[in-house]
Design a protein around this ligand. Structure first.
Ligand SMILES: Nc1ncnc2c1ncn2[C@@H]1O[C@H](COP(=O)(O)OP(=O)(O)OP(=O)(O)O)[C@@H](O)[C@H]1O
Ligand SMILES: O=P(O)(O)OC[C@H]1O[C@H](OP(=O)(O)OP(=O)(O)O)[C@H](O)[C@@H]1O
Ligand SMILES: O=C(O)c1cccnc1
Length: 482
């Protein structure tokens, strides 16, 4: 899916023009994309959206039609909004940035750069909005799916959300991200074809309603789809429907198949699934699956399991595809360092009344330390300052809390994606990202995956970065020590 370079906010283009006019367009800058709080009051997020971001950047060039459109835009005085020099430069523009990013399916935490962009400030600026658009949404949905995966445990999780998703593009991105996060399949056929996601489904109430009786509907379905025979049993009376479904086993077996199962879509799903299981088992259909749907989310699933529900397959639509309880991830993209051509790097920081909103200066990297059993903590450091050895995590919220990590193995979370505008990383695809999410999440202590009051995984600054940031905050507030 390729997107136009005009998929950006107007102010990115007006700033880019102004950078050209100020002679700063080629100044080198570093921006980081990160979020300040994990979504859903959870303990982590699952990085997603890089594949689409990389595709977008790879095709980052202005067409003559796009330049012509921009040349027709006018400002408040009715004169052309964009300067001719800027539009000429855009017509010739080649993406030349270095981009480093966390791979899709990697668990990530507040304030860690998910993407780092380094290059001419005008280019860094133009790509801010689309990068945030791709990463915020897909990371949000992948995280939601991973919470659902946590709730369903080893059961099957099906994503049924297209009908309630935020438009067709939202549905496509949601199906992909849900798969990365832990869904086993989607009902979205186009997502199946485009992203290689398994597609699965049952049938709707309309099938049953289109016949005079439920029996006729089930018989016709059993004959037509003996190899895909999950019957929706709640159109009239759920447990009667289950009994009727068991009567289809004969037709299905005559065709050389086994009854797939039933789907419950209303009522008390704990009670009904327990009763349905008894009916299926009594009919010798122990292998028939019970599918449940109806506005499910991770908390309802956890509760249903605690109630002893006998559900094998969970169909989740609206709450997954729309991230119902938190419709946006608040990822931001902030300037952290800049240098004029041939000059030295200067750190940059944005102040805020709220300490958590003060941005972090530098060319940041993240090291994830492993103590042999679980991940022990992440170290955010500034490549310009170097790491203060022995490596120690300094809690940004309380500098007296420190955790030594130098004896542990570590990996760098940011990997090169573009060098000088050329793509050096091929996305391994949704399937590989999904596997990564599964294996990586299990390397953290389970308490970070808890829904209620999850454990806060240690993410600290390197001591030099902590000192640098403190000094820059004091300086910006006019409080610097002489
Ligand atoms: N045993 C249960 N414990 C907790 N939540 C449940 C249980 N059974 C069903 N639910 C959930 O309660 C909600 C019930 O919603 P609602 O009242 O709209 O459904 P319904 O009346 O059973 O069916 P519908 O309105 O779709 O015909 C759904 O989110 C469903 O997943
Ligand atoms: O509940 P969700 O998690 O979004 O899952 C998808 C829902 O879509 C279908 O319902 P339908 O469109 O027929 O509407 P209804 O069942 O809500 O009436 C299906 O029967 C599920 O209930
Ligand atoms: O296949 C299903 O059962 C299905 C698909 C989409 C939405 N709800 C249910």
């Amino acid at each position: 899916m390729n997107h136009s370079v005009l998929l950006t906010d107007l102010y990115q283009l007006t700033m880019a023009d102004a950078y050209y006019q100020s002679g700063k367009a080629e100044d080198e800058a570093v921006f980081h994309l990160y979020f300040r709080k994990p979504p859903f009051k959870g303990g982590y997020a699952l990085a997603c959206g890089l594949e689409r971001a990389a595709e977008f950047l790879e095709n980052f060039r202005f067409s003559s039609e796009e330049i012509s459109y921009l040349s027709r835009l006018t400002g408040a005085d009715g004169k052309r909004l964009f300067s001719e020099d800027f539009l000429d430069a855009m017509a010739e523009l080649k993406f030349t940035c270095d981009v480093d990013a966390v791979e899709e399916g990697t668990p990530v935490f507040a304030n860690e750069p998910l993407i780092r962009v380094r290059g001419p400030i005008s280019q860094c600026q133009l790509i801010e909005t689309p990068l945030l658009n791709f990463v915020n949404f897909e990371t949000l949905i992948a995280t939601k799916a991973s919470r659902l995966r946590e709730a369903v445990k080893d059961d099957q999780l099906l994503e049924f959300g297209m009908r309630r998703a935020q438009g067709p593009d939202g549905a496509m991105a949601a199906s992909r991200a849900a798969y990365v996060g832990g869904a086993d399949a989607t009902s979205n056929v186009l997502a199946g074809m485009k992203f290689g996601i398994p597609v699965k489904g049952t049938h709707a109430h309309s099938w049953v309603m289109s016949f005079d009786t439920e029996r006729e509907a089930f018989e016709a379905y059993a004959r037509a789809m003996p190899h895909n025979s999950v019957f929706l049993v709640d159109t009239y009376d759920t447990l009667d429907g289950v009994r009727r479904a068991t009567e289809m086993a004969k037709i299905i077996e005559e065709k050389g198949h086994r009854l797939g199962g039933i789907r419950l879509d209303s009522g008390d799903l704990a009670y009904l699934s327990i009763e349905a299981r008894k009916i299926l088992d009594q009919a010798g259909l122990n292998d028939a699956k019970i599918v449940a749907s109806n506005d499910l989310n991770e908390n309802i699933i956890e509760s249903l399991k605690a109630q002893g529900a006998r559900i094998d397959v969970w169909g989740v639509g609206t709450q997954l595809a729309t991230a119902y309880d938190q419709p946006a991830l608040g990822g931001v993209y902030k300037l952290a360092a800049i240098r004029e051509k041939g000059g030295d790097w200067e750190h940059r920081l944005k102040l805020s009344e709220q300490a958590v909103k003060v941005s972090t200066p530098g060319i940041l990297g993240v090291r994830r330390y492993f103590d042999g059993q679980t991940y022990a903590g992440d170290l955010i450091y500034d490549e310009l300052s170097g790491i203060d050895e022995p490596a120690t995590l300094v809690d940004p919220a309380d500098f007296t809390r420190r955790k030594p990590v130098s004896t542990f193995e570590f990996e760098e979370l940011l990997v090169p994606i573009f060098r000088d505008g050329s793509r050096v990383y091929q996305s391994p695809g949704a399937e590989a990202a999904r596997r990564r999410a599964r294996t990586e999440l299990l390397k953290f202590h389970a308490s970070i995956r808890r829904f209620m009051n999850p454990h806060e995984y240690p993410v600290g600054f390197d001591a030099r970065l902590h000192t640098l940031k403190t000094e820059l905050i004091l300086k910006a507030r006019g409080l610097a020590q002489p």
